[in-house]
Design a protein around this ligand. Structure first.
Ligand code: C2E
Ligand code: MG
Ligand code: MG
Length: 457
C-alpha cells in the first residue's frame, strides 16, 4: 500500500508526493555538501491530440515509452516522477552548475522527441521543459516546483519542443498574467467593457459611411486598457467567446440607434472585429443572427472584420464558416490586409466584400518612395480582386491624398478622428450627418472631421 501511495499506477514511477520528499531531502543536503538540486518539469506538447485521435490505449503506451526514455537519460540517484496526465518531473539532486541541468534537458529533448513506433505507426511526441535550480539555498521544495512550472510555461510560449531555465522575471510575468486573467473573468459581469467607435470616411464624397467598433476595458486599477493588453489572454482562456458575443450585441444595438437617429443614403454600417476563437466556433453564425435579431438590424449593415492571418490556416472549415455568415446577409471584410502574405488565388476562395489595408502600408509613405511603391502594390492587389478597399491609419492629409489617388475607396485614421466613446461619436454624427448639414465640396472633408476631435481613446 505504501508503494501504491508513492508511485504512479501506469508507469510505476515515483509520484508527486515521493518526488517532493526526495526534493526536500536534497535541499537539506545542500547544508552539508557542495552542489545544489535542480528540478526539471516536463509537459508533452501534443499528447492530447494523440489521445483524442488514436485512443487511450495508444496514449498509455506513449506515456510508458516516454517514461522509459526518461529513465534512460539519467544517472543513478536522479529521480523521474510522473505527476499525472502528460506531466513528468526529473530531480537532479546534486549539481555543481546549472549548465549540467541544461545539458540533461537537451539530452531529454533529443531522446523523447525521437520518433516512436506504435502498431507500425510512427509518432513524434514533443516535450517542453522548465528548469529550476536551487542556487542560493533559500527556497523550499514548493518554490522550486512552482519555478520549474513557470519556466515550463515559458518554454511552451516560446514555441514548445524546447527548455527554459527559470528566471525571477518569469515569475513576475506569470503573476501578472494570473492577476489579469482573474480580473478578466469578472470584467463582463462587472460591466467594465465599453466600445469605442471610429468612422470610416468615403473618398468619393467625404461622408462617413460607417463606424468600426473597438473594444476597451475599463480596468478598475489600471484605467482604460486597449485590446493589445488583454485580447491574447482572452483568446487563450476562451473568455473572448462571451466577450465577443457582448461586442456583437452592443454594436448591433448601437448601429440600430444611429440608423434611426441619422438616416442617410446609403445607411451607416457597423464593423465588428472577430477573433480566431470566435471564427472557429460553430455557434458564431447563431450568435450573429441573435445579435441582429435582438437589435432589429438589417444584416447588410453589419460588417464582420476578420484579420487576414486568420484565413491562412484551416481553410476549408473557415471557408464554410464564412459562407454561412454570408448567407445571413452580413458583409465580410479582410482586416489588416497585406500583412498575411496570402496569394491572390487563395483570397479568391473567400466570399469577402471589403479589404482593409493595414496601416503599416500607409504610414511612412511621406518619407520613403519604397514604402509608397509597396502601398501601391497592395492597393492594386485589392483592386484586382474587385473589392472595395479601405485604407487604415490615415494620420496626415498626405496619406489621405495618396491613397485616394491610388484608387482606395475609403479611409480611417487619426487624421479624421481617434476612436470616440458613444457620446462623442453621436455628437460627431449629429454634426456631419444631420439633415441640415451640407455635403462638403468634392475633395474636401467636413470641417468637424478634418480636426482630431475628442480625447484619445
Ligand atoms: P483593427 O481592427 O485593425 O483596428 C484598428 C486599430 O488601429 C485600432 O486599435 C485603432 O484605434 C487603431 N488606429 C486607428 N486609426 C489609427 C491611426 O491613424 N494611427 C494609428 N497608429 N492607429 C490607428 P485598437 O482599438 O487598439 O485595436 C487593436 C486591434 O484589436 C484591432 O485592430 C482589432 O484587431 C482588435 N480588436 C479591437 N476590438 C476588438 C473586438 O471587439 N473584438 C476582437 N476580436 N478584436 C478587437
Ligand atoms: Mg478592424
Ligand atoms: Mg486593421
Amino acid at each position: 500500500m505504501e508503494h501504491q501511495a508513492l508511485h504512479d499506477a501506469l508507469t510505476g514511477l515515483p509520484n508527486r508526493i515521493l518526488l517532493r520528499n526526495r526534493l526536500e531531502h536534497a535541499i537539506q543536503m545542500t547544508r552539508r555538501q557542495a552542489g545544489f538540486p535542480a528540478l526539471l518539469f516536463l509537459d508533452l506538447d501534443n499528447f492530447k491530440a494523440i489521445n483524442d485521435s488514436l485512443g487511450h490505449a495508444v496514449g498509455d503506451r506513449v506515456l510508458l515509452e516516454v517514461a522509459a526514455r526518461l529513465q534512460g537519460c539519467l544517472r543513478p540517484g536522479d529521480t523521474v516522477a510522473r505527476f499525472g496526465g502528460d506531466e513528468f518531473a526529473v530531480l537532479l539532486p546534486c549539481l555543481p552548475a546549472s549548465e549540467v541541468a541544461t545539458a540533461v534537458a537537451e539530452r531529454i529533448l533529443e531522446t523523447v522527441q525521437a520518433p516512436l513506433l506504435i502498431d507500425g505507426r510512427e509518432l513524434v511526441v514533443g516535450v517542453s521543459i522548465g528548469i529550476a535550480c536551487l542556487c542560493q539555498g533559500a527556497e523550499g521544495p514548493d518554490d522550486l516546483l512552482r519555478n520549474a512550472d513557470v519556466a515550463m510555461y515559458h518554454a511552451k510560449e516560446q514555441g514548445k519542443g524546447r527548455y527554459a531555465l527559470f528566471e525571477p522575471r518569469m515569475h513576475t510575468a506569470a503573476l501578472a498574467r494570473l492577476e489579469l486573467t482573474a480580473d478578466l473573468r469578472q470584467a463582463l459581469e462587472c460591466e467594465q467593457f465599453a466600445l469605442c467607435y471610429q468612422p470610416v470616411v468615403s473618398f468619393a464624397d467625404s461622408r462617413i459611411t460607417g463606424v468600426e467598433a473597438l473594444l476597451r476595458w475599463n480596468h478598475p486599477r489600471r484605467g482604460i486598457l486597449l485590446p493589445g493588453a488583454f485580447l491574447a489572454l482572452a483568446e487563450e482562456t476562451g473568455l473572448i467567446l462571451p466577450i465577443g458575443r457582448w461586442v456583437l450585441r452592443t454594436a448591433c444595438r448601437q448601429a440600430r440607434i444611429w440608423l434611426d437617429q441619422f438616416p442617410s443614403d446609403p445607411p451607416l454600417t457597423m464593423s465588428v472585429n472577430l477573433s480566431a476563437r470566435q471564427l472557429q466556433q460553430p455557434s458564431l453564425v447563431d450568435d450573429v443572427a441573435a445579435a441582429l435579431e435582438a437589435a432589429q438590424l438589417p444584416p447588410a449593415y453589419l460588417i464582420l472584420e476578420i484579420a487576414e492571418h486568420l484565413l491562412l490556416d484551416g481553410t476549408s472549415a473557415i471557408v464554410a464558416q464564412l459562407a454561412r455568415l454570408k448567407q445571413l446577409g452580413v458583409q465580410l471584410a479582410i482586416d489588416d490586409f497585406g500583412t498575411g502574405y496570402s496569394s491572390l488565388g487563395y483570397l479568391r476562395r473567400f466570399p469577402v466584400d471589403l479589404l482593409k489595408i493595414d496601416r503599416s502600408f500607409v504610414q511612412g509613405i511621406e518619407h520613403s518612395s519604397e514604402q509608397m511603391a509597396v502601398l501601391e502594390a497592395v492597393i492594386a492587389l485589392g483592386k484586382t480582386l474587385n473589392l472595395s478597399t479601405i485604407a487604415e491609419g490615415i494620420e496626415l492629409s498626405q496619406h489621405r491624398d495618396r491613397v485616394r489617388q491610388l484608387g482606395c475607396d475609403a479611409g480611417q485614421g487619426y487624421y479624421y478622428t481617434r476612436p470616440l466613446g458613444e457620446r462623442d461619436m453621436t455628437a460627431l454624427l449629429a454634426d456631419v450627418l444631420s439633415a441640415v448639414a451640407p455635403a462638403p465640396a468634392p475633395g474636401r472633408d467636413y470641417p468637424s472631421l478634418a480636426r482630431s476631435s475628442g480625447a484619445p481613446q
